[in-house]
Design a protein around this ligand. Structure first.
Ligand SMILES: *Cc1c(COP(=O)(O)O)cnc(C)c1O
Length: 355
């Protein structure tokens, strides 16, 4: 008799809800922290040429040497540190989790934070412990230190700035966590360009610190490229879990070419940071809206009835993210990605008549 899924699939996998991505076609898309700007025409032409000439009949460079060299330059990665590339930083989270998933191993995160830490812990059969943030989404450092002492986590994920709250945790408090942790601590700097601060310079000082970044929020979400930076002794082990050709030919070459023009993405990031300030001021001036400070390219805000507001916005063609049921501390919270000036105005106009 062939077995059924409930006999064969692990209980913790059947208990998971799949990561839901709504169909966004036709909407003003402000739900996924994408950069709203396209690349300039001359660069797009160069990428067209590059795709024409790319040897897609061959496997990619498994070491991605050219791309790594470019990343080192454009991200000021310390020479003594190693780089691991992932098919998005999601894949790097998975590699890290697989590497430490001994029976009973604990992955520690903050709550609310990026959902993939918890999901991927379940994929690999690790125990996930979430330490609640304070009501204003700042770090409860005493709770965090107590959880580290109690659970001795093999791996700690800290999103810096945090998603979905948008805030940057206090660097001094994070240093206390780095001092206390015996396992690995991953600073997930997905929103680094919008925060303009980093733990990269601290890598030399903390042997168990790893810094993770992605090109997704920077403007290349479709390429799927994330990377991890840290001491060679750690990255050599992690690299054994990376599938040999995880970063494809086109991703390697396109990322390399776009990063060779750092002015392009930096100008776009600067425009998004300026628009974030405008959007924040406008939200703060709307009665019935409570916006939280953001160092990222999105703003979390609370309204009286998030479900109704979300549905009304959707009815007016604006897609944002409803986090109301994602976590008890996010009740009635919505998250909007900073778009172009026109998109932000469309969103604000629609929001004003949806509250
Ligand atoms: C978006 C996001 C990621 C995942 O990025 P990909 O590189 O696209 O997989 C990781 N961490 C945080 C905090 C994010 O918000």
């Amino acid at each position: 008799m062939p077995l059924k899924p409930d006999q064969l699939i692990r209980d913790e996998i059947r208990a998971l809800a799949a990561y839901h991505v709504p169909d966004a076609s036709g909407y003003v898309k402000l739900d996924a922290m994408e950069n709203p700007y396209r690349l300039p025409d001359d660069l797009r032409d160069a990428l067209g040429q590059l795709a024409r000439d790319a040897a897609i009949n061959r496997y990619p460079d498994a070491a991605a040497s050219a791309l790594k060299t470019r990343l080192r330059e454009s991200m000021q990665i310390p020479a003594e540190m190693e780089i691991l590339l992932g098919n998005g930083s999601d894949e790097i989270i998975q590699i890290l989790a697989m590497a430490i998933a001994k029976p009973g191993a604990v992955i520690l995160g903050l709550e609310p934070s990026f959902v993939m830490y918890r999901m991927i812990a379940a994929y690999v059969g690790a125990r996930y412990v979430g330490v609640p943030l304070k009501a204003d989404f700042t770090l409860d450092v005493d709770a965090m230190l107590a959880a580290i002492a109690e659970h001795q986590p093999a791996l700690i994920f800290i999103a810096y700035p945090n998603n979905p709250t948008g805030n940057l945790f206090d660097a001094g408090q994070l240093t206390r966590i780095l001092d206390a942790a015996q396992g690995l601590v991953v600073m997930d700097e997905a929103y680094h360009v919008f925060a303009e601060t980093s733990f990269l310079p601290q890598l030399a000082q903390y042997p168990n610190l790893l810094v993770m970044r992605t090109l997704s929020k920077l403007g290349l979400a479709g390429l799927r490229l994330g990377f991890l930076v840290g001491a060679p002794a750690w990255l050599r082990e992690l690299d054994k879990l990376r599938l040999p050709y995880n970063v494809n030919v086109l991703t390697q070459q396109v990322a390399e070419r776009v990063l060779a023009r750092p002015d392009v993405l930096e100008q776009q990031a600067a425009a998004i940071r300026a628009e974030r300030t405008q959007l924040m001021q406008a939200l703060e001036n709307l009665p019935g809206v409570m916006a939280y400070p953001s160092a990222a390219n999105f703003i979390l805000f609370r309204v009286a009835q998030a479900d109704a507001v979300f549905d009304k916005l959707k009815g007016k063609g604006i897609l944002i993210k409803n986090l109301s049921r994602a976590h008890p501390q996010l009740a009635n919270c919505l998250r909007v990605t900073v778009g172009t000036p026109i998109e932000n105005t469309q969103f604000l106009t629609a929001l004003a008549t949806s509250l």
